[in-house]
Ligand binder design. Structure first.
Ligand code: C5P
Length: 234
């Protein structure tokens, strides 16, 4: 599971100035960044262009959930921008996922990642929207759709990564948010997974936001995460 640049730092800021302040602080150690809806809406695609021209990989977390034609257009736009990853909701169904993977074909550097069930949802939230299945069942179902539609990977929590690694083809990426260093302040120890555990459970990439960005020492926090990733892949 050794992959270069498998730590993705989330630039969850509302200004490009704050985002690039962090990018500058991390320097050459960090090569992969996530641009999500907040920064993209605030500052537009210029931030992506700037990261790409600085040689950084960009995970463009668009969380697309639209008709196939619109999803295809947005995926192609992400490819033209030079993004390395883009996200599409698998609950849009096979036609949407296939439209996304087709649109990405001219951009060999672009991976289409399927979102299964967002990590804030629990079984009762699925019941509320009319799905009488558990979260792991729904995650598995949607991940299989993503494989069949030719997606390059999925976004999944560490617990889901453990489930999916055994089910998905080996080449599928599993991008895992929601990990924290053990030393982070947290309220509920039992539900927090470390970067080490996430990689051991099958994540190919980690997304880390506040653990780095809100640390008094972002470079030190990044280095601590990198050390765990290196330990996991030894
Ligand atoms: O929690 P953190 O600041 O590391 O979050 C970084 C990114 O990971 C967020 O932009 C969010 O999209 C994603 N995330 C998630 N599920 C979680 C925590 C974070 O999808 N439980």
């Amino acid at each position: 599971m050794q992959r270069k640049n498998n730590i993705i730092v989330a630039l969850d800021f509302d200004s490009a100035a704050e985002a690039f302040d962090l990018v500058d602080q991390l320097g050459s150690a960090a090569q992969f960044y996530k641009v999500g809806l907040q920064l993209l809406t605030a500052e537009g695609p210029a931030v992506v262009r700037k990261l790409v021209s600085a040689g950084k990989g960009v995970f463009l977390d668009l969380k697309l959930h639209e008709i196939p034609n619109s999803v295809a257009g947005a995926v192609a736009a992400a490819g033209a921008l030079g993004a390395s990853m883009v996200t599409v909701h698998a609950s849009g169904g096979s036609a949407v996922l296939r439209a996304a993977t087709e649109a990405a074909r001219p951009y060999p550097g672009l991976s289409v990642l399927a979102l299964t069930v967002i990590t804030s949802m629990q079984d009762e939230d699925l019941t509320e929207i009319g799905l009488t299945v558990s979260v792991p069942e729904q995650v598995t179902r949607l991940a299989k759709l993503a494989v069949a539609a030719g997606c390059h990977g999925v976004v999944a929590s560490a617990q889901e990564a453990r489930l999916l690694r055994a089910l998905l083809p080996h080449h599928m990426l599993i991008v895992t948010p929601g990990t924290q260093l053990e030393t982070d302040a947290k309220n509920d120890q039992a539900r927090v997974t470390t970067p080490l555990q996430a990689i051991r459970w099958g994540a190919s990439h980690l997304v880390v936001g506040r653990a780095v960005a809100r640390s008094p020492n972002p470079s030190g926090a990044y280095a601590a995460i990198k050390a765990q990733v290196d330990e996991a892949v030894l």
